[in-house]
Design a protein around this ligand. Structure first.
Ligand code: 0O2
Length: 252
């Protein structure tokens, strides 16, 4: 027997409006956190002379994925249950150049007054069994709507380029094999994760050495820092002072 269901279009329209409004708050929360990250990036570049952030990617989880996750967790698919139990509807992934940048960046975010850290999962100090590494912060930010203030969760994943390379390949492999990855591939992935860790450690050491060398070469009092069109230049005293003297003579 064919089963017929009456679709109430009015009801459907109101569900759609409610869902859109719900997801909008997550988009606004992402905008807020993205702005914070952009400010930190620009300021860090100015103060430390390099950018700790290589890429930032953000997304709002699709309604299908949200529903799949809420069923998987065993909750009824209502908006309040989703809001309370799915903490990664809004997600930001930050790729850093060096290991130490991950923790610097995380501390900078954690110390902001309007950010409440709800949870930290450090898969760098404690990698997952498959080799996955990343620092996950679950933060809550206020979002001011026309008629209310909402507190919205955002998942911030911070990792190095090597960790990101590994995670994106692992993700592809996992789905390629329909989540049943052969043992041999799993072992290779684990080995690749260890190689990525070694690479990160080596790059960190090189970065430190390079910084020490830079301080030696620049030798604080012999170099001037100039800001030209918002770009920072380090110029030697020997280059600047003759021009300053020239200016002084012309004005006398
Ligand atoms: P997607 O498509 O990236 O959003 P929770 O989210 O807290 O309820 P869980 O699993 O305890 O569930 O959270 P966890 O461990 O913090 O992982 C959340 C996200 O981290 C995942 O989101 C992935 O993005 C990433 N992740 C965690 N483990 C792995 C891993 O082994 N490999 C890869 N490539 N990524 C991982 P989603 O929702 O699974 O997927």
């Amino acid at each position: 027997m064919e089963l017929k269901r009456t679709v109430d279009f009015k009801k459907l329209k109101s569900i759609k409006a409610e869902l859109t409004r719900f997801l909008m708050t997550y988009k606004f929360a992402l905008d807020e956190v993205n702005t914070k990250i952009d400010i930190l990036k620009q300021e860090f570049e100015y103060v430390h002379d390099y950018s700790p952030i290589e890429h930032v990617k953000s997304r709002v989880k699709s309604p299908e994925s949200i529903i799949r996750k809420i069923y998987k967790k065993g909750y009824t698919p209502t908006l309040p249950a989703i809001k309370e139990n799915i903490v990664d509807i809004a997600g930001i992934r930050i790729t850093c150049s060096f290991l130490s940048d991950i923790y610097k960046l995380s501390e900078m975010l954690e110390s902001q007054k309007d950010i409440k850290v709800l949870d930290i999962k450090d898969y760098i100090k404690h990698p997952k069994a498959n080799g996955y590494q990343s620092l996950h912060l679950i933060v809550e930010v206020p979002v001011f709507m026309s008629d209310r203030e909402e507190h919205i969760c955002v998942e911030v994943q911070i990792r190095t380029i090597a960790m990101d390379f590994w995670a994106s390949l692992e993700h592809k492999i996992y789905y390629k094999f329909n989540k049943e990855v052969p043992e041999r591939v799993l072992a290779d992935l684990k080995e690749a994760a260890e190689t990525a860790t070694q690479l990160d450690k080596k790059m960190e050491r090189l970065h430190k050495e390079m910084n020490e060398l830079k301080t030696d070469v620049h030798g604080d009092d012999e170099w001037y820092e100039l800001l030209i069109n918002n770009e920072r230049f380090m110029l030697p005293q020997g280059f600047i002072e003759p021009s300053l003297d020239e200016d002084k003579r012309t004005n006398e």
